[in-house]
Write a protein that binds this ligand. Sequence first.
Ligand SMILES: [Ca+2]
Ligand SMILES: [Ca+2]
Ligand SMILES: [Ca+2]
Length: 460
Amino acid sequence: MLHAVNSLAAAAPTPTSADSTDYTTLPVQRMGTRLHQRTSAPSQKTATKARYVTSLATLPNDPLAAQQWNFMSATTYTGAADNFNAHIHNGSSSEVIVAVVDSGVILTHEDLRTLPGYDFVSTAEIGNDGDGRDADPSDPGDWVTQDDQQSGTVSAGCETSDSSWHGTAIAGIIGAASFNDTGIAGGAPRVSLLPVRITGRCGGFIHDMIDGIRWSAGLPVAGVPVNPYPARVINLSVGFAGDCSKALQSAINDATEAGSLIVAAATNSAVDLDTTPYSPATCENVLSIAANTREGTLADYSAYGSEVFLTAPGGTRSDAIITTENGSNSAPAPESSYGYHYGTSLAAAHVSAGAATLLSIDSGLSNTELSNLLQNSSVVMSESSICRAGGCGFGRLNVNRAVRILTDEQLTDDSARPPVGAASASSPETESNSGSGLIQLPDLFFYLITLISLRKFCNN
Ligand SMILES: [Ca+2]
Ligand SMILES: [Ca+2]
Ligand SMILES: [Ca+2]
């Protein structure tokens, strides 16, 4: 029997055995929701850049950047993750590979650059591409019609829906091309996206997710060529109700040991994960990410609990996040499109982008160093009793603060640089010139933020 968990419902989750060897169930569900409010590529060329206030002197030249509140400064929008400022301050020396383990990606999208990935969806019924596993991870669409239900091509429990373009939306948040005068800007400035397809119509299988994780990390998977592009970060904006199974935990442990950082959506179940577990959110060696609103509060659909590492922008139905997608409600249209999505899927993608940004500055960072940087730079949340009780993890993601802590550490370690005190007092011009040189910034703001974050770091 196939069954689907409503990814947004606050209702009690459907119980599952969480036994990854039970291949007859289809528990894995995407954790983002697409809204039918869309911007097509041609009209966005003329989008105004004045829609939102920003502390940046200049936004990325991507025409939809002015709508990307989620990447703006946290002083502009409390719930924003400050990626744009981080871009300008980082050295961007390395290209970082991030696996998008999801529904596939529109590979021809004008604002996405992808590596050759793989399609792990093991049945044609779910994959909707005429076969089982194959080397083409493009998203053929995952729409479900009433006809499908009546003819039995999908399970009885599978609800009708338009195509979600979920993987394309997540890919855009992590790594849409920035400063290319096209569409949106991505969360990380230099990233190669590895599309790893594990869900289709009605969801996906846990064993496909397990194989997708292993393959993403460069580990062998029977019957599939080895991935020549092992991912440094693996984004899992998917989940299922139940405890982490042995097989899933084993795949996550092996991928971590192989060098991958695993980031997962906390899920849109609105539950306390401590009492109602979802996976992979509650697996070990996973950064579980809850969703916050533009105002910085925990989103009402977001799971929470002591398993949560951070919150990051997930938006809401009425205040969603623009990203790459496709304009069609069924099979993909040829045009590149952008649309609004919300969910913990988006939140996880912001953290994956944040980790990739840090790795693009220092590719030698360990997983522990990455999580320490993300933790020490996060903004404590005290807006709700859930957060005050520790249900929102260490707080809200702030990528710019993480980058500032990292780059200051590099200054300290580099004997060719001025001593620590002098480095902290160095002129803004020096800082700006060491960056991309694209934009002049109000640097005092960043120094103040850095001092605050360092003080917090020391007090801890
Ligand atoms: Ca296929
Ligand atoms: Ca395929
Ligand atoms: Ca762009």
